[in-house]
Design a protein around this ligand. Structure first.
Ligand code: GLN
Length: 474
């Protein structure tokens, strides 16, 4: 492997600034690595090599970023991991793409994902198979599995993912990456294919917390094109984390997250993380988020409801796949959708249409929205007492490909990430160690999650950075 692929954003920028290599050489290294390793890992779906090299040449200092295949980059495909968008080419750039270009990044290849970001293993992609770079018999997580496999497997410097209920944090934990879900509204969703509009956020998947701060800087801020982005000032995140420590930081341990069903190795690694925080001077307090138990049920009403509305636009007329077998306009819609969408997407559309239907709206969507408010209040109360929460990211390490067949079991992956998504606060998955594998199986990475109040990415990144330094023994 060309050593340049191992670099993070900060190191790459330093090397570019010193003239150790050029942005074209860096992009070429990523492309060579793609040729060498993508057949095995399957992180990328497509890679416009010529376009990426030309853009790197025009941007001396540009650092390549792998882009989840639901973010629009003008002239590139945007499949959302679905057959329904095969052959579609984006007509414009998402705001986040303009942001990364303005901050010295160059879009590299397009990375795989669960279809329309619905899933936790990337096995729901209709277009390719992505494996975990730490054990190719296991999943990379999802839905941003391609992004995490690209970064964890050194197939890129960093990547963009999206998180609706855990899709950045969960794959980051499985692939030994840092994964940041910004607060709802911190990052523009304009040009990002919508799954559940009240939950979706774009965020960085990186090799370090410093890199997450650098990349968030390029993403965050108000956007005229997205009315859910407030005019909240954007702090200098790199400056905010400079010299951050855990000394005197109040960290809450929500008792609802320390459940019996936790995998013993995840439990061990999380307990060690807690001890390390305490040894570094953090004050640990047990707290309670009493409505946690309802989060999963609320999410699986709200997210499918919004998805069913958002996915109505894929009708065989305006985008992508059109059925050859239709003889009237109704059949055209129905057959294009039946042929284009995979089983998980259909399941969500059916659930979502049901909970929104007249006569059921109040009982399901209306009720779920009220419980969502209670979940948000739980966090508000707790953040009056502590600076951050520390929890596991996922109840288990990466599981085997094909191991989880039942959708409900798959949904349980997001037990610890969904409540924060519903509340709209910010959270991050940071590598915390490796499993001690029995019978010579490869050790698997496990992350821990820090959660902070909405729009406190500055303190979240600082705490995560301080933990990372303790963890790395720095
Ligand atoms: N796994 C969850 C789902 O399938 C979350 C996905 C996401 O965050 N995009 O909905």
């Amino acid at each position: 492997m060309n050593e340049l692929c191992k670099l993070g954003i900060k190191e790459a920028r330093a090397g570019l600034a010193k003239g150790d290599f050029t942005s074209v050489e860096l992009m070429q290294a990523v492309i060579d690595r793609y040729h060498e390793e993508n057949a095995r890992i399957g992180a990328y779906l497509t890679f416009d090599e010529e376009g990426a090299l030309a853009e790197a040449k025009a941007n001396p200092g540009g650092v390549p970023l792998a882009i989840k295949d639901l973010i629009n980059v003008k002239g590139q495909p945007c499949t959302c991991g679905s057959k329904i968008l095969k052959g579609y080419t984006s007509a414009y750039d998402a705001t986040v793409i303009k942001g990364i270009r303005a901050h010295g990044f160059v879009p590299a290849g397009r990375v795989n994902m669960d279809e329309f970001a619905m899933g936790s293993s990337t096995e729901n992609s209709a277009l390719g198979r992505t494996v975990n770079p730490y054990d190719v018999t296991r999943v990379p997580g999802g839905s941003s599995g391609g992004s995490a496999a690209a970064v964890g497997g050194n197939l890129c410097i960093a990547a963009l993912g999206t998180d609706t209920g855990g899709s950045i944090r969960q794959p980051a934990s499985f692939c030994n990456c840092v994964g940041l879900k910004p607060s709802y509204g911190r990052v523009s969703r304009f040009g990002v294919t919508a799954f559940a509009s009240s939950l979706d956020q774009v965020g960085p998947i990186t090799k370090s917390v410093e890199d997450a701060a650098l990349l968030l800087q390029a993403l965050a801020g108000h956007d005229e094109m997205d009315g859910t982005t407030p005019r909240e000032p954007v702090p200098d995140y790199s400056a905010a984390i400079e010299g951050a420590t855990l000394k005197g930081v109040k960290i809450g341990l929500p008792k609802e997250y320390y459940i019996d069903g936790l995998d013993p190795e995840v439990k061990r690694i999380t307990d060690e993380a807690i001890k390390k925080c305490a040894a570094a001077g953090a004050e640990l307090v047990e707290v309670s988020l009493p409505h946690t138990d309802y989060a999963m049920a609320v999410y699986y009403v709200v997210a499918p409801a919004e998805a069913s509305a958002n996915l109505a636009r894929f009708d065989g007329v305006r985008y992508g796949h059109r059925s050859e077998r239709s003889d009237n306009v109704f059949n055209l819609y129905a057959r294009s959708r039946a042929e284009g969408f995979g089983p998980e997407v259909k399941r969500r559309i059916i659930m979502g249409t049901y909970v929104l239907s007249s006569g059921y709206y109040d009982a399901y969507y209306g009720r779920a929205s009220k419980v969502r408010t209670l979940i948000r209040r739980d966090f508000e109360t707790v953040f009056g007492k502590v600076d951050a929460l520390l929890t596991p990211v996922v109840p288990t390490p990466a599981f085997k490909m094909g191991e989880v067949q039942d959708p409900i079991t798959m949904y349980l992956n997001d037990l610890f990430t969904i409540p924060g998504s519903l509340a709209g606060n910010c959270s991050i998955s940071v590598p915390a160690g490796f499993t001690r594998a029995a019978d010579g199986a490869p050790p698997l990475p496990v992350g821990v999650q820090f959660i902070c109040d909405a729009f406190r990415e500055d303190s979240l990144l600082g705490i995560a950075r301080a933990f990372e330094q303790v963890e790395r023994g720095a």
